[in-house]
Each structure stands twice: as structure tokens, then as C-alpha cells.
Design a protein around this ligand. Sequence first.
Ligand SMILES: [Zn+2]
Length: 101
Amino acid sequence: MGFIRIWSEVDIHEIQEHIVMVDDISGHCPKCKKIGIPLKGLTKCPSCGIEFRYVTSKEARGGRSDIVTRIRKKLPDLVFVDYDDYDRLTGKDRAENLFKI
Ligand SMILES: [Zn+2]
């Protein structure tokens, strides 16, 4: 089995509410800033209790499919989001919010 990246139209706010950022060993909840969350069987934040449905990793940037494969093995129920896409959309969002003020 291999991986390909598929583009789909998403609600970035929905993803922001349910995403965990991970490296090879642990996760980080962007919502409550909790770091060092063990990955195995992770479905919700042990600190703030939000349900994780999406995962992304800075280390997988540039299509590092070996890293995606390892993370997918640990977190098979979460949808893997491309870090640069996530960063681009949330960055755009931050800029828009800035201009509203
Ligand atoms: Zn949290």
C-alpha cells in the first residue's frame, strides 16, 4: 500500500478544532498548548479533552511518506493533513482576522 495526497475542500475551522501536531514520539495540542502527549491510541487531548480527528506533522513536510507511514501506524483513525496546507490556510485565516480589527 502506498500514499497519495488528495485535495479536498475543507472547513479549516473544523480541522483547527480537532487537530493534533505530532513528531515521531509525542503530540502537541494546539488548542490548549499541551506538549508531550503520548501517541499510542491517541483519540483526545488528555489535558483539554477535545477529540482528535486530524493529525499533522512538520517532519512530514515535502512529502516524507516514511514519516506519514509511521504516524499512520500509530494513529490509524486520524486523517493526515499536509502541514504546509494547514499552515497556509491557518496563516491566511490569521491575516484575515487581523484585517477585521
Ligand atoms: Zn488540549
